[in-house]
Design a protein around this ligand. Structure first.
Ligand SMILES: [Ca+2]
Length: 195
């Protein structure tokens, strides 16, 4: 009986609103860390899915700005040709009841030869639990200009309203190529900001 009583008390306390714990101050301005991949550690702030790690550094002439960019769907971290790549970042500073704008630059290796890329924003709570999808868009297959002519496509999207408990936005890019040599894409200048 004593244990049961204690558990009940703990459960009750857990649900008591706590104005300090529940307080959320949204961050103004840029929410992405190293969105242009210019950090000395190329993927600082980012994470690469260990089972879809066909993500590496683009060549110097494959950048939108600065000296670096990411290449999705090419050689994996061990140097093996790898057609699957998942790159993501859990952006902090998210609060409930806000909309956010995502922007990024992308191009391909050959004219209109890219594999499709799934892009989404996933709402996470303070413990990184899934709360919902805030944005989903697809970079259509065979739609991108090629890097040889230095042209990029700018993508923009606005999320749905962030749900109660939202504290992070996972910005996630996923590609699956059957021919990584020609179908990979270059990604640079990823931006996320509250609107
Ligand atoms: Ca860059």
């Amino acid at each position: 009986m004593q244990n049961s009583s204690q558990n009940k008390e703990i459960d009750f306390q857990f649900h008591v609103p706590d104005p300090i714990r529940d307080r959320c101050v949204p961050i103004r301005g840029q929410l992405m860390v190293n969105g242009g991949f210019e950090d000395p550690m190329l993927f600082f702030g980012w994470q690469i899915d260990s089972t879809n790690d066909g993500v590496n550094q683009a060549d110097a002439d494959e950048v939108h700005s600065g000296l670096k960019a990411a290449r999705l769907g090419f050689a994996d971290l061990a140097g093996n040709l790898e057609g699957n790549g998942v790159l993501f970042q859990d952006a902090a500073g998210i609060c409930p009841n806000n909309h956010y704008e995502l922007q990024f630059e992308m191009n391909g290796e050959i004219p209109r030869g890219n594999a499709p890329v799934d892009v989404r924003i996933i709402w996470l709570d303070e413990d990184k639990n899934f709360l919902g999808i805030g944005l989903q868009m697809t970079v259509t297959a065979s739609s991108l200009p090629d890097d040889d002519i230095g042209v990029w496509t700018t993508f923009q999207g606005i999320t749905s309203e962030s749900p109660p408990g939202a504290r992070f936005a996972r910005v996630r890019f996923e590609i699956h190529t059957t021919n990584p040599t020609t179908q990979h894409v270059h990604l640079d200048d990823v931006s996320l900001a509250r609107i």
